[in-house]
Write a protein that binds this ligand. Structure first.
Ligand code: MG
Length: 196
C-alpha cells in the first residue's frame, strides 16, 4: 500500500504542517491490512493512536508511467480506509514506517465499489457515533488521477495494490473500547473497534 500525507489543507493545518509542494508518499506492508469489523489491537509501543478516514484506490492492472487521462483504465475500484497512526512514533521516528505500518493499522472495506466517480464524495468519520471528520474528496490537494499517475512514474503498481489518498481534518486519539466508523458517499461504512 502507498499512503499520501497531508493531502487535505484543513488536515495539514490542524497538524501544524505546511502543504507539500508535491505528494508526500509512504509505504505500508501487506501485514498492516485489517478486515472490516476486525477488532484492532493498539500496539504496546504507542500511547497515542489516531484514526484517519481515507478514500482508498484499488489498482486493477499493472501500471507504469500512466498518463493522467489513462488512470481510469488501471483502477479496479474504491473502498474506505482507516489510516490508523501512532502519533508519538510518527513524531519521534522521522520516517513513518512504524507509525503507520504496524500490524492491522490499515482497516479496509466494507467492499470494493467498481463504479464510482471519486472527484467529489462526502467523506466522514464517527467516533463512538459522534461525527468527528466531515469533508469532501473535492478538497484533496492532489486528486486521484494525478496521484496514480505520479506514483506510477516512480514505481510499477500491481493489481491489488492500494493507494490511501489522505484524510480531511478532525483527527483525534482512540482509547480502549472505542469504535470508529469511516463512511464515504457511494461506497459504504467501515467499522472497527479498538482495544489494548
Ligand atoms: Mg493518512
Amino acid at each position: 500500500m502507498v499512503g499520501v500525507g497531508r493531502n487535505y489543507e484543513d488536515h495539514a493545518k490542524e497538524m501544524g504542517s505546511e502543504l507539500p509542494a508535491s505528494p508526500m508518499l509512504f509505504l505500508m506492508p501487506n501485514t498492516s491490512v485489517a478486515y472490516p469489523g476486525e477488532p484492532i489491537t493498539m500496539p504496546a509501543f504507542t500511547e497515542e493512536v489516531s484514526y484517519e478516514v481515507e478514500l482508498a484506490v484499488v489498482i486493477g492492472r499493472i501500471a507504469k508511467e500512466v498518463p493522467e487521462e489513462r488512470v481510469p483504465e488501471v483502477i479496479f475500484g474504491y473502498t474506505v480506509a482507516n489510516d490508523v497512526t501512532a502519533r508519538d512514533a510518527q513524531r519521534t521516528d522521522g520516517q513513518w514506517a512504524r507509525a503507520k505500518g504496524f500490524d492491522n493499522s490499515v482497516p479496509l472495506g466494507p467492499w470494493i465499489e467498481t463504479e464510482l466517480d471519486p472527484s467529489d464524495l462526502r467523506i466522514s468519520g464517527r467516533l463512538n457515533g459522534a461525527t468527528v471528520q466531515d469533508g469532501t474528496t473535492a478538497d484533496m490537494v492532489f486528486d486521484v488521477p494525478f496521484l496514480i499517475s505520479y506514483i506510477s512514474q516512480a514505481m510499477t503498481l500491481l493489481p491489488g495494490d492500494v493507494i490511501l489518498t489522505g484524510t480531511p481534518a478532525g483527527v483525534g486519539l482512540l482509547t480502549e473500547g472505542d469504535t470508529f466508523e469511516g463512511e464515504i458517499e457511494g461506497i459504504g461504512t467501515l467499522r472497527n473497534m479498538f482495544r489494548r
